[in-house]
Design a protein around this ligand. Structure first.
Ligand code: ADP
Length: 486
């Protein structure tokens, strides 16, 4: 097995990174570029139970010394890592773009810098943390935040670099050691992160990457009783499997799962801005968990909105994600394209109206045309299931109550988007829409200290800011009887 793959001039290791060393596996899996499926980027080490054992052992051995450092000492490593991410942002963007087809420009300008910021923010937040100290009932009390132990972090294939750093940074800042298992459809950027961790001089075993299938190495990792935290982003069925492993070992577990978010537009909204944002939900071919995939518009403005929506959607360009003009990237994998096309076919059979799109863009490529569906009714599968592709639904409502009821009519609750010109309505509907995050008249603007997570089948627990630091810590209340010590 080669030592380094060359991805458009960027050298990426296909091996695991365990205990500060590159480790290979006897078997491999392929990673291909979604922009050209014939382009085999390389063969990646396929971890198994033994690999998982090696990684958890390394993380367990490295834990006491890493946990014993002060937050400030850990912060120094994390800031060095953030510097390296910033220096290498172009390389990371190239490798990630080739691996999973997210637009290279948005990776370089937005998502990779966000990765660096994740490490900086958590480094500083952990240093700023103060223990709670108070006196009561004759005792002097403190709440102490203690590192918990090795954390397993399992990430999905969409925005893998940003999402990995978002989850790894709080774990490291809290004093935990980490084993990161990236998705098998987008393994490359995690390997680059391991190079930068190495270069930043982190002690061996503090951060480890294992590659491979979820049901093999991922399953072995989450079942290891030495693991003290599990942080997962992915699908509901996998969350159920991992949740059982977490329950067996009584290990705290966070799960950020799917969504079926609304884009709810009221007659008092800036219709043009709302229509533009709605057409923008096709960016990244809709492979975004927060995507406002259910457009729900007040009847009085539906016609005008739809006209503008089509005008904006017409401007989308499907193509190579390295090209700055492209707005809709290729989809991740042929299997995923077939899955998305299956939803469209079943919608046709169900009698839902395919208003636009509904076909592959090219038979031999991984693009699906931006598709808009008017469902037969609210029970249609395309309204109720997460599609994770460029497929939006369009529904209308008469009254605010009706609009909110439609918005809240799925099992999910990750996020929501509301367009209104009324401050009162913004407050009222913003509170009423079911979701861990609701945006009014904007989308994707995030303060990294705010909590993020889902309600219902969209997930369990919160990440972001001190919420993630708390998740990765064991809290202790220490009580000392007053005047009993000198
Ligand atoms: P998606 O639908 O986004 O691919 P999955 O839940 O299938 O979501 O995968 C998300 C991540 O979970 C991937 O890294 C995958 O390898 C991992 N995974 C899948 N099955 C398991 C499992 N049984 N145990 C641990 N990790 C798993």
């Amino acid at each position: 097995m080669t030592d380094r793959l060359m991805i458009e001039g960027v050298a990426v290791s296909p091996h695991h990174y365990i205990g500060g060393k590159r480790v290979s596996s006897p078997t491999t899996f392929e990673t291909r570029s979604p922009m050209n499926w014939d382009n085999l980027l390389g063969n990646i080490a396929r971890g198994d139970g033994q690999t998982a054992d090696l990684a958890v052992t390394a993380a367990t051995e490295a834990f006491p010394a890493w946990a014993a450092l002060t937050s400030k000492e850990r912060a120094a490593y994390m800031h060095r890592l953030a510097d390296l991410i910033e220096e290498n942002k172009e390389k990371i963007a190239i490798a990630e773009c080739m691996d999973m087809a997210m637009l290279q420009e948005s990776l370089e300008l937005r998502l990779v810098p966000r990765g660096a910021l994740n490490f900086r923010n958590y480094a500083d937040l952990a240093v700023e943390h103060e223990e709670r100290v108070w006196d009561s009932k004759g005792t002097h009390n403190r709440v102490i935040r203690m590192p918990a132990g090795p954390a397993v972090i399992i990430t999905p294939w969409n925005a893998p670099f940003m999402l990995s750093t978002w989850k790894v940074a709080p774990a490291l800042a809290a004093g935990n050691t980490v084993i990161l298992k990236p998705a098998e459809w987008s393994p490359l950027s995690a390997s680059l992160l391991a190079d930068m961790v190495d270069q930043a001089g982190f002690p061996p075993g503090v951060f480890n990457v294992v590659q491979g299938m979820g049901y093999e190495v991922g399953n072995a990792l989450v079942n290891d009783p030495r693991v003290k935290r599990i942080s997962f982003t992915g699908s509901v069925p996998t969350a159920r499997i991992i949740g059982k492993a977490a329950a067996e070992n009584v290990v705290p577990f966070t799960a950020e799962l799917g969504g079926k978010s609304c884009l709810l537009v009221f007659e008092d909204a800036d219709i043009d801005a709302a229509a533009k944002k709605a057409a923008g939900q096709y960016d990244d071919s809709g492979q975004v968990c927060m995507c406002g995939s259910r457009i729900i518009v007040q009847e009085s403005i539906a016609e005008e909105f739809e006209k503008k929506f089509h005008e904006y959607t017409d401007k989308h360009i499907m193509g190579d994600s390295k090209n700055g003009d492209t707005t809709m990237s290729a989809m991740i994998h042929p299997t995923h394209v077939e899955r998305v096309m299956g939803f469209i076919e079943r919608a046709r059979e169900n009698g839902d109206e395919i208003v636009r799109g509904g076909k592959k863009y090219k038979e031999d490529g991984l693009w699906v045309e931006p598709t808009l569906i008017k469902p037969k009714n609210n029970d249609s599968e395309v309204v109720q299931s997460e599609i994770f592709g460029p497929v939006l639904t369009f529904q209308t409502f008469k009254t605010e109550e009706e609009g909110v009821a439609l918005a809240n009519s799925t099992v999910f609750g990750l996020s929501g988007i509301v367009y209104t010109g009324s401050r009162d309505r913004a407050e009222r509907v913003g509170r009423a829409v079911r979701g861990g995050t609701v945006w009014v008249n904007t989308f994707l603007v995030r303060d990294l200290t705010a909590p993020f997570g889902g309600i219902g089948l969209s997930g369990l627990g919160r990440e972001g800011g001190h919420y993630a630091l708390e998740f990765h810590s064991d809290l202790k209340t220490l009580q000392i009887l007053e005047d009993s010590t000198s």
